[in-house]
Design a protein around this ligand. Structure first.
Ligand SMILES: O=C(O)CCC(=O)C(=O)O
Length: 302
């Protein structure tokens, strides 16, 4: 549909990128979306935003944080396996995955009176994943479990436009000191940076990376799409309202359907076969095997 420059989504990521992701907890990917693709996505976002505004489902200043947006447009379904970002998804998480959490964000400029209010949004994703699997050795980093791909649709090339802030390398830290009184201003934690990115860029981040949204003090509306992926044995967070008889579902590939939760069982897709593995029936694994991308030296790609 768009020009993917010959990419299939099954290219192997480089050792340099893998190392940077594991060292920093995120990776900024430049020019992921062509201008044609970005414009089309922005139009779809604007359409959804207009509908939400008409229905009174946006905040007073027009802010929209819409969970589970994927089935709202054909273009969003395709984004699940975008040929430039998808290699990072399976390359870093493996094949036993689905999408569990997605959000579409439209963040207009904050009204002047609000823009100066104190704000502290630093968190790791995963909620109870940061407590339930806790080991007594509190220095041992918790498992990654999930990552998100964030697509930048508006111009975030300068700070102050509401971009995501992160603390590079903080994904291996289990805690971050939190000021006692959040009703007053606090500086960002040490090492924090704002991900300044151009329209069409994307970034991939480890859910453990300490991150925060920021206040949009500019005159430009921020528009972003976030697509999260996790293991199939972890329940989805959002309610997708999939119409399995409709055209959107019909257009999905077997791999995209896997990512959207098609399976009879979350741990053993398509049933258990005591005579051997059924893993080979899982679309993403099948695809990786066919393309010789499985790798016994990488546990999640076995
Ligand atoms: O909107 C943002 O910049 C940050 C989003 C966020 O906090 C998240 O994806 O968990």
């Amino acid at each position: 549909m768009f020009d993917y420059q010959g990419r299939t989504g099954y290219e192997t990521i480089s050792d340099v990128d893998r190392k940077e992701f594991h060292d920093q907890g995120f990776l900024l990917l430049r020019q992921v979306l062509t201008e044609e693709h970005r414009t089309a996505l922005e139009k779809a976002v604007d359409r959804i935003h207009d509908r939400a505004a008409t229905a009174g489902n946006t905040a007073k200043n027009g802010t929209l944080h819409l969970l589970g947006f994927l089935e709202r447009d054909e273009l969003f379904g395709e984004l699940l396996t975008h040929p430039t970002t998808f290699p990072y998804v399976w390359g870093l998480l493996g094949w036993n995955i689905h999408t569990h959490h997605n959000h579409l964000d439209v963040t207009p400029p904050e009204p002047a009176a609000e823009a100066e209010r104190p704000y502290w949004g630093w968190h790791q994703d995963g909620y109870r994943q940061n407590s339930d699997p806790q080991t007594l050795d509190s220095d041992q980093p918790r498992p990654m479990f999930s990552l998100k791909v964030a697509y930048v649709l508006s111009d975030l090339s300068e700070t102050g436009r509401g971009a995501t802030k992160v603390i590079p390398g903080s994904h291996i830290r289990n805690s971050l000191p939190r000021p006692a009184d959040l009703s007053v201003h606090h500086p960002d934690p040490e090492g924090a940076v704002e991900i300044t990115a151009n329209p069409g860029d994307a970034f991939v981040f480890d859910r453990r990376l300490w991150h925060s949204r920021s206040i949009n003090r500019s005159s430009i509306t921020r528009k972003m799409l976030f697509v999260g992926y996790t293991y199939r044995w972890i329940r989805p967070l959002d309610d997708l309202h999939l119409d399995h008889d409709g055209p959107w579902w019909a257009a999905r590939t077997p791999v995209q359907r896997q990512l959207l939760g098609e399976s009879t069982h979350t741990a053993n897709h398509w049933g258990v076969n005591w005579d051997g593995y059924v893993d080979d029936e899982i679309p993403l694994r099948r695809e990786l095997k066919r393309r010789r991308r499985l790798d016994r030296s990488i546990p999640w790609l076995r």
